[in-house]
Design a protein around this ligand. Structure first.
Ligand code: AMP
Ligand code: FE
Ligand code: FE
Ligand code: ZN
Length: 286
C-alpha cells in the first residue's frame, strides 16, 4: 500500500486540476491519495469522481491556515466537517487572502509589473488565492523565471512586500476539526526553510487539544527535523505521516516521494468520527 496524504490542485495553489491530481496519483502507483487544498473543500467532488474512475482511494482533506504569534502553521484536516464554525473560519481566511493579495500587489506594483486582476485571473475563479498566484503573475510578466525565484526575491516571509492574512489559532483549529469528527495532523512542523517555526510547546498544546498526527516525512524536513517530529510523536503518541505536498508544476515535489505507513494510516482513519468519509475505489487484488 502506497499512501500520499498531502496534495494541492488548482482549487488552491497547485497547477493541476483535482481530477488530474488523482489520475496522476493512480498512474504513480499510489493506492491512497488525499486532496488537501489550502482552506477549501472545493476540489473534493471532482477528485472523488476521478478516484472512482481511476480505482484509487481518496481521502478528502483541507490544509487549514493557522497562525500562532505571527508564525504560520499548516494544519491538515482529514475527513473534516463541511459546515459549522470551521467552515465559517475557512471562508474568513479565504476572503482575507483576497484583501491581502490586493495589498501585496499594491506594494509589489511600485517596483515591478503586476496587477490584482492578473493575480485573480491566473488563479482562476474560486481558487484559494495565495502567494504562488502572485508568483505566477510575475512569471507571466517576465519579472522572474519561476515560482521559486519569485519567493526568493519578492514573496518570502518577512519580505517588505509581504502582508499576512487572517488565520485561525492552531489550538482552536484542532478543536474545531475534532468537534466535527475530523482528524487533525500538523503539516511539516519543523520546516525552517519555509520561515519561522513554532517551538515544541505549541505542538504540545495542540496535542492537548486533540491533535492526532504529525507529518514527519516531508521534503522540507532534513534528517534532524524528521527526528524531532518522530520524538514528539513518541512523546505524545501521535500518528506519524509522510507525504509529497504535491503542487503540480508549481514545486519540484513529486507524488509519492514521501508516503505514510499503512498502520499509521489505519490509526488515522480510526480517529475519524464525522460524516465525511473516504472514497473507497481502490482496485483490490483478486
Ligand atoms: P500563502 O498561503 O499565500 O502564504 O503562500 C504559501 C504557499 O506558497 C505555500 O503553501 C507553498 O505552496 C508556496 N510556497 C512557499 N515557498 C515556495 C517556494 N519557494 N516556491 C514555490 N512555492 C512556495
Ligand atoms: Fe501551497
Ligand atoms: Fe503546507
Ligand atoms: Zn501543502
Amino acid at each position: 500500500m502506497r499512501i500520499d496524504l498531502h496534495t494541492h490542485s488548482t482549487c488552491s495553489d497547485g497547477t493541476t486540476t483535482p481530477a488530474e491530481v488523482v489520475a496522476e496519483a493512480a498512474r504513480s502507483g499510489l493506492d491512497v491519495v488525499a486532496l488537501t487544498d489550502h482552506d477549501t473543500t472545493r476540489g473534493w467532488d471532482e477528485a472523488a469522481a476521478a478516484a472512482r474512475e481511476h480505482g484509487i482511494d481518496l481521502v478528502p482533506g483541507i490544509e487549514v491556515s493557522c497562525k500562532h504569534e505571527g508564525i504560520s502553521i499548516h494544519l491538515l484536516a482529514y475527513l473534516p466537517p463541511t459546515d459549522g464554525e470551521l467552515f465559517a473560519e475557512l471562508e474568513k481566511a479565504r476572503s482575507s487572502r483576497l484583501t491581502r493579495a490586493q495589498r501585496m500587489v499594491e506594494r509589489l506594483g511600485e517596483d515591478v509589473e503586476i496587477t490584482y486582476e492578473q493575480v485573480l485571473s491566473v488563479a482562476g475563479a474560486d481558487a484559494t488565492i495565495g502567494r504562488p498566484h502572485m508568483a505566477d503573475a510575475l512569471v507571466a510578466n517576465g519579472v522572474v523565471a519561476n515560482r521559486s525565484e519569485a519567493f526568493e526575491r519578492y514573496l518570502y516571509n518577512g519580505s517588505p512586500y509581504h502582508v499576512g492574512h487572517y488565520a485561525l489559532d492552531p489550538v482552536r483549529a484542532v478543536e474545531l476539526v475534532r468537534a466535527g469528527g475530523g482528524v487533525p495532523v500538523m503539516a511539516h512542523p519543523f520546516a525552517e526553510s519555509r520561515g519561522r517555526i513554532v517551538d515544541e510547546d505549541v505542538v504540545r498544546a495542540m496535542a492537548d487539544a486533540g491533535l492526532v498526527g504529525i507529518e514527519a516525512h516531508h521534503r522540507d524536513h532534513d534528517a534532524s527535523q524528521v527526528e524531532r517530529a518522530l520524538a514528539i510523536a513518541r512523546e505524545r503518541d501521535l500518528v506519524v505521516t509522510g507525504s509529497s505536498d504535491f503542487h503540480g508544476a508549481g514545486k519540484p515535489n513529486r507524488l509519492g516521494e514521501n508516503t505514510t505507513a499503512p498502520d499509521q494510516y489505519e490509526r488515522l482513519l480510526a480517529g475519524a468520527s464525522g460524516g465525511t468519509e473516504v472514497v473507497r475505489a481502490r482496485h483490490r487484488a483478486v
